[in-house]
Write a protein that binds this ligand. Structure first.
Ligand code: UN1
Length: 496
């Protein structure tokens, strides 16, 4: 019998008031039921906010280094359970074990970074324009942070949001994707074990349209952080704008790798396979477009297609597997729809473009790694996010044209260029209109201690990771202390 899981509200594991549950199944084998999770309603958000308020009053007064100590213990527990969590993550999400181990490692890195930030969280001391007066700033927590996370990085993304929010002294309510509730459950168990006061974290399972919406619309939740689609992000943005909430959005991508005529093609080949088909293409940073210089185009595309055909599909927990399944049937249908669109638009299907045959993969949501060549700039295949194992190749005549094609999409998360020319590499860093540019590496592989995010329809100006995210989860407070014993009027008394 599969286990029935609960929400964490008010420091204890509670059942949803409506008594409703949804099933969580293995995308590599949909007959494998992992568990049943609460299909909560707005009532759970109401209760979670009440509890988080109490948690916040305790936590905001806990010194930041002590908050950091809790996160250090969280990091230690993640290290100890890395293998167990990676296995559970692959079972519920499908990507291969090497990748889910990396996903846990990203959480570990984020925990240890947050732990040390507890002893920094710097403010400034600034000279005052007046005598015997100090001016300074410090960082204050904001209140309750509502966190809505996607399926593709089931551990790393919740940690990107939770750990900095907690380190800054906020209480959190997390609503993970209903496709990967188990991994967040395991993470929240660790937070409690590490000594986080129970009401500081609330875990509410359920659907975006109900629980996510209630969280975003609740007046008691002043901070929202969302990773997911640009359409949903726009809706959340409208609500948060109206309610004056602080909001961080991390949304879609249509990332390109540029391969110039002087590139190391062996290196670029490895890079594009990892960038396009790692996580079955389900990363916001996935290499979805390959922009190739005409001088190397034909031979490079032939090699990509041949190598893509050799990738072995399967259960991510088996050693031989290169590429796991898509997250669910509707994700696979979306991929099929785009393959159809590509063909209608006249792109050339070089490899893939179908479900694998045979019984071995029959009960999972697998799709063959797919490569389209002759993709036209401006076509839907070239412009729209697919979130699956589909690579669109665009042929270009020059560096300038490559840059133009890269930039001419609504998204702007990551980009990559393979070249041996230092001049071109630097020019690319300057001209490519994205939040992240890689030189001689694919569009994926962000590290936890650097800011992460994109421009245009990918984000709203905030960054996760690194040092910048601590600004998002805290408020700057300015303090002036006048020890002159008399009224000193700024802008007036010092210019008599
Ligand atoms: C995402 O796809 O949502 O750079 C995050 C990477 C990972 C994070 C991706 N470290 O691909």
């Amino acid at each position: 019998m599969a286990k029935t899981f609960r929400n964490l509200i008010g420091g204890s594991w509670t059942e949803p008031r409506n008594g409703a549950y949804f099933e969580n199944r293995n995308p590599a084998d949909s007959t494998d039921l992992i568990g049943r999770f609460p299909d909560s309603g707005a009532a759970e958000i109401e209760a979670a906010v009440k509890s988080a308020r109490r948690g916040f009053e305790i936590w905001r007064r806990t010194p930041a280094p002590a908050r950091g100590d809790v996160l250090r213990r969280v990091g230690d527990l993640l290290v100890a359970r890395k293998e167990k969590i990676a296995d559970a993550m692959t079972r519920e999400m499908g990507k291969v074990l090497a990748e889910t181990r990396g996903d846990v490692q990203e959480g570990i890195d984020t925990a240890y970074y947050a732990a040390t930030e507890g002893r920094r969280l710097f403010g400034h001391v600034v000279p005052s324009e007046l005598r015997q007066k100090w001016a300074m700033t410090y960082r204050r927590p904001i209140g309750i942070a509502g966190l809505i996370t996607p399926f593709n990085f089931p551990l790393a993304i919740p940690t990107w949001k939770m750990f900095p929010a907690l380190l800054c002294g906020n209480a959190v309510i997390i609503k993970p994707s209903e496709d990967v509730p188990h991994t967040t459950h395991l993470l929240v168990e660790i937070l409690l074990e590490a000594g986080l006061p129970p009401e500081v974290v609330q875990l509410v399972h359920g659907r975006g349209e109900t629980v996510g919406k209630a969280l975003v619309e609740h007046p008691g939740v002043p901070v929202i952080s969302f990773t997911g689609s640009t359409d949903t992000g726009a809706l959340i943005g409208e609500t948060c704008g109206r309610m004056h909430k602080r909001l961080s959005l991390e949304m879609g991508g249509k990332n390109a790798m540029i391969v110039m005529d002087d590139a190391d093609l062996d290196l670029a080949l490895e890079g594009v396979l990892w960038g396009a088909f790692g996580t079955t293409g389900q990363r916001c940073t996935a290499t979805s477009r390959l922009i190739v210089h005409r001088k190397v185009h034909d031979r490079f595309v032939a090699r990509v297609a041949e190598a893509a055909e050799r990738l072995r599909l399967g259960d991510g927990r088996e050693d031989k597997t290169d590429v796991g399944p898509l997250i669910h049937e509707s994700a696979r249908r979306k991929v099929e729809e785009y393959v159809g669109i590509g063909q209608e638009e006249g792109a050339e299907l070089v490899t893939g473009g179908k479900r694998p045959g045979g019984e071995r993969l029959g009960s999972g949501f697998f799709y063959k790694p797919t490569v389209f060549a002759g993709v036209k700039p401006g076509s839907r295949l070239e412009q729209e996010e697919i979130f699956g194992p589909v690579l669109s190749v665009v042929r270009v005549n020059s560096f300038d044209e490559a840059v133009r094609v890269n930039n001419d999409v609504r998204y702007g998360l990551s980009s990559s260029i393979y070249t041996r020319s230092a001049d071109r590499a630097f020019l690319a860093m300057q001209e490519l209109d994205n939040g992240i540019t890689y030189v001689n590496a694919p569009t994926i592989g962000a590290e936890a201690h650097l800011p992460f995010g994109g421009v245009k329809a990918t984000g709203n100006g905030h960054r996760e990771g690194g040092w910048e995210v601590y600004e998002f989860y805290s408020e700057t407070k300015v303090c002036y202390v006048d020890y002159s014993g008399r009224l000193q009027r700024a802008q007036i008394d010092n210019y008599d």
